[in-house]
Design a binder for this molecule. Sequence first.
Ligand SMILES: [Zn+2]
Length: 335
Amino acid sequence: MRPAFLPRLVNSPFGDPGLYLSFAFQRQAVLFDAGDLSALSSRDILKIDNIFISHTHMDHFCGFDQVLRVSLGRNKRIQVFGPDGFISHLSSKLSAYQWNLVDNFNDNLTLVATEITDSCMKTQTFHCRDGFIARDVPLESPFTGILLETPVFNVTAAILDHQIPCLAFSLRERFHVNILKPALTDLGLRPGPWLKTFKDDLFCKRPPETIIEIPASHTTASPKIFSLDELTRKIVRITAGQQVTYVTDAGFTATNQARIIALSDGADHLFIEAAFLDNDRRIAEKKHHLTARQAGYLAARASVKKYTVFHFSPRYSDRADDIYHEARAAFLAGC
Ligand SMILES: [Zn+2]
């Protein structure tokens, strides 16, 4: 299966947390946490249209300023999600700057902030042209676990306890469209931009009789025309969508364990913090973090296909291998 999106940690495991998920064939990316983002290029940052902040400790939120700075003056809408109190934290960040020159911008950057509690999602919009002062009453809707739903993917969240609420996230492709290369060749078709349009039609559930026109530049002869249904039957195999889960800054409590396992159940790739070695689990407990053994155990319990540990305490700067080994041993043993 050719993955639809590619997750990568922004920094080394000792650096600030941040997971950048770029979408194949699209100028679109999602960001889980925004610690130091200086490793991302402006080009990478401009692809981001949805940001999910686990909690607003500095190492998870300070990089938001960089997104703001790069995006200013552009006609762009960025959705930002965070835990209880997030709208006030974002609003305070925005009000730390003076915005008297924003009238010079022709384009309007809009930030749509949503905070999540156990039962409720509250959304507030901030426009650059208003100096990011919120004018409207926040909109409220029930929280059912789903933060964002697009035709291609959704993002769900679990609320964890880090002494303060901390969100963990799962991004799931709704289904995966595999293009059967031999079938493509048999029909005399070549990949091209038409394939993206065709996939969009599938994700948007367009009617089966929708016409797909493939230009001569991407066939072996003249332009070809198919119905959506006919072409799907000939060149597509639908399989389960890809799932990436991101878990950080959580104590090893019974409730956190149950929520982490449920959220990451069967994930293709789990990114999970391993802040401490298990010898130091008392410190981990006091600081509401996971140890490498606990991270490996949770990955095993959730039957994930692959995991990556990150967010190591600097005290282990010369012992990274010990963290990897401890997590691996727990993952293989399942305990
Ligand atoms: Zn942290």
